[in-house]
Ligand binder design. Sequence first.
Ligand code: PHE
Length: 454
Amino acid sequence: MAVSTGHAHWSSRWTFLLAAVGSAVGLGNIWKFPYEAGQGGGGAFVLIYLAFVFLIGTPVLIAELSLGRRGQLSPVGSMREIAKAEGRSSWWQLVGWSGVIGAFIVISFYSVIGGWTLGYFFQAMGGFSGYDAAISGENFQSFISDPLLPLLTHAVFMAITVFIVARGVQKGLEKAVTTLMPALFVILVILVIYAGVAGNFSATIDFLFSPNFENLTPRRVVEALGLAFFSLSLALGSIMTYGSYLDRSINVTRSAITISAADSAVALMSGLAIFPIVFAFEGLAANQGPGLVFVTLPIAFGQMPLGVVFGTLFFGLLLVAAITSAISLLEPSVAYVEETGALSRRNAAILIGGGAFLLGILTAYSQGDSFLSDVRLFGFDLFGLKDYLTNNIMMPVAGMFTALFVGWFVARKSMLAELAMSVRAFRIWYFLVRFAAPVAILFVFLGLLFGDDF
Ligand code: PHE
């Protein structure tokens, strides 16, 4: 039974699914997945990643959606009320706080990369002709070191996100995803077909689907679970908040499986769009890291027929994917502030978005050779610090406590009633959230903390 009611709802199962898939599909799938798969040696990484998505991520996704739907409040409110209803400590609301604050930190830097994407979208329209590795690297460096461009694009990206969130669930979020998600899908299909025709498709299939476990170090395994969580939008309150806009007629389990399947399909399709191009050009390396999308692909777009069109489509795709994720990162804190009654949704979105913009300035100016690029805190630059704090500490801890909460601290029969699964499916899910997920996350958490040693 829902512990409270009263705030906005999705207008249909379909719009909810689009929004949730929109949250999940983002820079994580199109920017991070390909380069991490590239560094992890391809097929083996992909296999482990998919196993984590379905065995660990999806059960936690089910947990978060059901907590949000039962609580019908922001992550803070939902965790507080459900803990109360179950006779548990009010400390559990810290899981909600971790999500709300973590999402606020993540949106502050996500928007900076969203801004780079916006910048590249415009660059792509002008074409990248004559780009070789040196020119392309130089172009990226000078873009991120520029005193104005990263700030301006960060501001525009954040403003778009605030505009959508301020309009609310049905007029803002739903409207945005119902136009953007089909566009994203169409562009992705076009790009895969193009890469199949113009690029080296067979090398790609070989690379992505024939597992070679030699390159799969423990560090890559840890990375794969981190990426599975990030890519499914877990442990930052986004999915819990989206769950709170659901009503009880929706089957949470089936929705979670649909979301995970769509998210994985997009990650794989991004691989199928990017690697054929990488393999078709001499001197481009699949394992070259975070610059894969911003440094490597422009070289290819500069040389291929119709490169202007397909380059623009590609960065447009990345932009759309980033926007639909960014709104889900801003939504948890806006939902929280709105629920306290302190501010209207519109003002909350403007104020919080403005705050995240300011915090993001630190990220923007910590890159390239901008003036904050030499600042180190605990050995990290200001971008790395936020990334480490959220991705390596807050997300695993919140994810583990979410699994522990539903597995051990909420009555089994409450969960059974909430999830409406067959007894057999419930048993599998229950085992995964009680044991598999906490243990795997703990392992990864320790691995991430001491990551440099292996
Ligand atoms: N899932 C998004 C991506 O892949 C990022 C994200 C994480 C969004 C957590 C919301 C919450 O880019």
